[in-house]
Ligand binder design. Structure first.
Ligand SMILES: [Zn+2]
Length: 284
């Protein structure tokens, strides 16, 4: 029976990828038949990478064009069949992720559990409006004490500008704890060490590593933030191709996004750990 399901899903995913098919996939994701989910995993890889699974590089020319609004987080992901709610065993909150990311996370979660590591998702997809809410609240708190550029720099230490967050894409997750110090000793260190050693096997990559070592620009180190690279790399490529500064708007201080001291696209959207060769190899 499961072979039949796999066969049916393969036809859906590879040949048409219609709204109905993603609904079927979503249902499978939400079902408890994890074995079936693992069986269709390779098919999802094919679907998400545009049939280029033999390539060492995820920059597939066949990856279809992503709508600008989706790149900017302006979508109702709760009603989008490409997204599903994270299982309660991974999180106590109502969190959504892209179906493909959830499937891979499930695989990673089970592997970690075998090593007595319990991974918990504490944040996933966030919309533009959600990020704007966070941003405007921090803006109001800081703008009383400093000028606009300093306010933006202060907020950007740990929060993204609306339109520029990787959490908009449904590919990125925050795991277990939002303090770097948690991951530096005891249980937290065990979790972090496991992720560094194993997460790439499942396509996940630590986005914001130690800036002193990698020399990247942008956000400070976040040991909790992991990205599913086979899809997020495509989102970044298309963000760079299609999003202009005039698209980053409708929140406090948005006119400074292109200011030379901020240059949000160059310094922050692209200020990521690029040492993901190991992650890419998972798609071979
Ligand atoms: Zn994050």
């Amino acid at each position: 029976m499961s072979k039949l399901i796999v066969c049916f899903l393969s036809i859906c995913l590879i040949s048409c990828n219609s709204e109905n098919d993603t609904k079927i996939l979503r249902k499978a994701v939400q079902s408890s038949d994890l074995q079936t989910l693992q069986n269709i995993d390779s098919l999802l890889q094919i679907a998400s990478l545009g049939n280029s699974t033999k390539s060492k590089v995820v920059k597939s020319v066949n990856f279809k064009k992503i709508d600008k609004n989706i790149l900017l987080g302006k979508l109702d992901y709760k009603k989008d069949s490409n997204f599903s709610i994270v299982n309660t065993k991974y999180s106590s909150k109502t969190i959504y992720l892209r179906n493909e990311v959830l499937l891979k996370f499930d695989e990673m979660y089970n592997a970690a559990l075998k090593d007595s590591i319990k991974l918990l998702i504490i944040s996933g997809t966030r919309s533009f409006n959600h990020q704007k809410h966070i941003w405007d609240r921090k803006w109001a708190k800081n703008i009383m004490k400093m000028d606009s550029i300093s306010t933006i720099k202060e907020i950007l230490k740990y929060s993204s500008m609306p339109s520029t967050s990787r959490h908009h894409w449904g590919t990125d997750i925050d795991l277990n704890n939002l303090q770097n110090s948690y991951f530096e000793k005891g249980e937290g260190k065990k979790i972090f060490d496991w992720l560094v050693k194993n997460a790439f096997k499942y396509g996940f990559h630590m986005t914001y590593d130690n800036q002193e070592e990698s020399k990247r620009t942008g956000y400070k180190m976040e040991k909790w933030h992991w990205s599913y690279m086979p899809i997020s790399e495509q989102y970044l490529l298309q963000f760079n191709q299609y999003i202009k500064y005039e698209d980053i708007c409708y929140f406090k201080g948005s006119k400074f996004a292109c200011h030379e001291d901020i240059d949000i696209i160059k310094n922050f959207v692209n200020g990521i750990n690029t040492d993901f060769k190991k992650t890419i190899n998972v798609t071979e």
